[in-house]
Design a protein around this ligand. Sequence first.
Ligand SMILES: [Zn+2]
Length: 315
Amino acid sequence: MKFQNIPPHINYGYVHDEDMRVLAIDIGGTKFTLGAFECGRLTLRESRITDRSGGPAWMFSQIERIFDEWRQKGFQPDSCGIGFGGPVHFSSQTVTLSTHVAGWAEYPLVENVKRLTGAPAIMDNDANVGALGEACHGAGRGADPLFYMTLSTGIGGGMVIDGRVYRGADSFAGEIGHLTIVPDGPDCLCGSRGCYERMCCGLWLERDYGKPAKELLLEPEFVRRYVVYLARGLKAALMLLNPARIVIGGGISKAGERLFVPLREELGRQMTSWSRARRTVVPAELGDDSVLYGALALAGTLQPSDLATTRVSQI
Ligand SMILES: [Zn+2]
């Protein structure tokens, strides 16, 4: 379906084998979602609220339960893609930690998913995976470089350059959430102060203002102040990367033009006057499924040898 929409001049480097069955997993601090892709279509999908006190053991038992139901319906994946809501060390395929849920550091998530499904699995942080989803199948199609930002419980960023996720030297590139926006501002969970995430994410908006972001964004006066901080982070992304497009996903982006119109105006005010860098800022197209579609694309990076090795080891 959407695979045909990938423009021919961008080589995303992902295997879009339409016969491939992929289990996609999106683990977030507020909710988690599983998706089954068959012939490029999302055929099964289940989303549940994350029990933050349950930690990784609870989360994995939930994944196990949903997957077992799907297996009984005849779904057997060829590969699995995982987007994790926290920093991931990509080359070693390990979770670094979750800043919102305790107990995730060094948890063997990929190994457990492989064992559960009998298929190879690959993981990245959810912002990188969401960036890939929007680049291949959503609002970022045809835009390269692409900067994607998830604006929800926390804030994450992902860059797709020359059709591939740019991870930097140690897989920590794109962590825009901890850019300093207000020097000497309030304490952030990361130990620093006045971070972008501290000033703009859903978790802190609710704590600071006593209302969920959804309600706050109905107030024009609040939005006017909020976009000043929000634009500071985007300005940094524009000045550093000069992306062809910025796509914003996550729950807060659902406020739509009520947020995006004042945000674009404020960004125009803040940008350096001589810069002709384009300032195209749009909401994600895949809604709550950017990470699932990205996990599909990520699973496409697994090599045939990865698939074969796993199958051999199962015998
Ligand atoms: Zn921080």
